[in-house]
Design a protein around this ligand. Structure first.
Ligand code: SAH
Length: 400
């Protein structure tokens, strides 16, 4: 058995169950582990601390799988996968509609490096680390037994794999190939592009916030003649369609990608009850689009940009970007209207994000109240010991 000995005084985060061990915390590697092997982590005086998988190529040399002195065998993987899947079963009781939800949320489900999303009868898997990549076959086998559906597809085409010495990998892992038009249900019908869509095909993390938009319109605007919504960075129209469930809503969706807007239009067509004349899709850069508008004309603006800060070094530049779009978005909101604003940059803390939005507001000389702090849906739990898991944060503001 290979042992990783931690340097004196570096044990605390491990004892507190942070799942990452950086190279600087390691004093000695005993034995001759191969990359990806399971290793036992011990303190500087040889006491057992944890067990995890090792990758000397990565800055994060060990990702912890357990803090108990137990074997990491097939039964362990089965138990952990099953626990995460069962936790979702209560959130998403079986219905006649195709379920879409995250089943495994990596570190936050104590399975570092592993993402598994469900879209109807298909699972989409992302292996972010070498330790997971090497065990893909076992994980796929276990998933197919624990939740037998039609197929498991791989979307391991994310840049972080480079840091683990891995190339991209995509394709069928088990069972049938998912159809091009894979349909799911999020109170309405949506098509998911699992091959080329972002992430595993869809922003499942925003599902609860999309529903919140529906509720907001329901509560505040259902008795009004109209409700004008601007959905910025719309992707395939998730927020737009939730808004359009109300007959009196008009929605403008803006995204720089024609491809995602085309899918948004097809999503709209798939829900024939919705009034297509009330939806407008605009291909534009949001920064430019916002500067071109100059009247406070919207009841609700949704602002859900891509990740502006990839790391700590990019925080300042990202902050300027967030401030710019929030400032210009606030200007377009009618007095008494609402802003739903988000950041999915892990490097920007919820506190910093709130300060940035505060700065944007101050420059507009408008007033705003926080009605809710927003985060990812419940199928994206955050391990309390892993603050990095809280990448998505947002604010629901009423703006005067
Ligand atoms: N709110 C969406 C997810 C948004 S993802 C949902 O709930 O599904 C971010 C989107 O921003 C992507 O679709 C991407 O194409 C788009 N995008 C990135 N940079 C952009 C820019 N500068 N202007 C407009 N759209 C942009």
């Amino acid at each position: 058995m290979t042992t990783i000995m931690i340097g004196k005084g570096r044990e605390k985060p491990i004892i507190q169950q942070h799942p990452w061990i950086f190279s600087g915390a390691i004093a000695r590697v005993e034995g001759d582990p191969a990359p990806g092997d399971i290793v036992t982590v011990v303190s500087s005086n040889g006491k057992f601390l944890a067990r995890g998988y090792w990758n000397p190529k990565s800055q994060i040399q060990v990702r912890i799988l357990t803090w108990r002195d137990e074997p990491i065998d097939d039964a362990w993987w089965r138990m952990m996968l099953n626990r995460a899947i069962q936790a979702r079963a209560t959130l998403y009781p079986a219905t006649e509609h195709p379920i879409a939800c995250r089943l495994i949320n990596a570190e936050n489900d104590y399975l570092p490096g592993l993402i598994v999303d469900r879209y109807g009868d298909y699972l989409v898997l992302q292996a972010l680390t070498l330790g997971i990549d090497q065990r893909k076959e076992l994980i796929v086998q276990l998933l197919s037994e624990l939740l037998p559906l039609k197929g498991i597809y791989e979307r391991s085409d994310v840049d972080v794999r480079g840091k683990e010495g891995l190339k991209f990998a995509t394709g069928v892992l088990w069972g049938a190939e998912p159809p091009v038009d894979l349909e799911i249900w999020e109170d309405l019908r949506l098509l998911i592009d699992v091959r080329d869509g972002h992430k595993t095909g869809f922003y499942l993390d925003q599902a609860a916030n999309r529903r919140l938009l529906f509720d907001l319109i329901n509560n505040v605007y259902s008795t009004q003649a109209s409700c004008r919504v601007l959905n910025l960075f719309s992707y395939t129209g998730g927020f737009s369609l939730q808004a359009l469930r109300h007959g009196n809503t008009e929605v403008i969706s803006v995204d720089s990608s024609q491809e995602v807007l085309s899918l948004a239009e097809r999503n709209l067509a798939l829900n024939p009850r919705f009034d297509r004349s009330k939806a407008k899709f605009v291909q534009a850069d949001v920064f430019d689009y916002l500067r071109e508008q100059n009247t406070a004309q919207f009841d609700i603006v949704v602002l859900d940009p891509p990740k502006f800060a990839q790391n700590q070094q990019q925080i300042e530049k990202a902050a300027r970007g967030y401030k710019d779009i929030n400032l210009n978005a606030i200007k377009l909101i009618k007095p008494g209207g609402y802003l739903m604003t988000f950041s999915c940059s892990g490097a920007i803390s919820p506190d910093l994000f709130q300060k940035i939005v505060f700065g944007a507001l101050a420059d507009t000389r408008r007033q705003a109240q926080i009605l809710k702090h927003l985060g990812a849906s419940e199928d994206h739990p955050i391990a309390l010991t892993f603050p990095e898991g809280e990448y998505l944060k947002g604010l629901l503001l009423r703006v005067y």
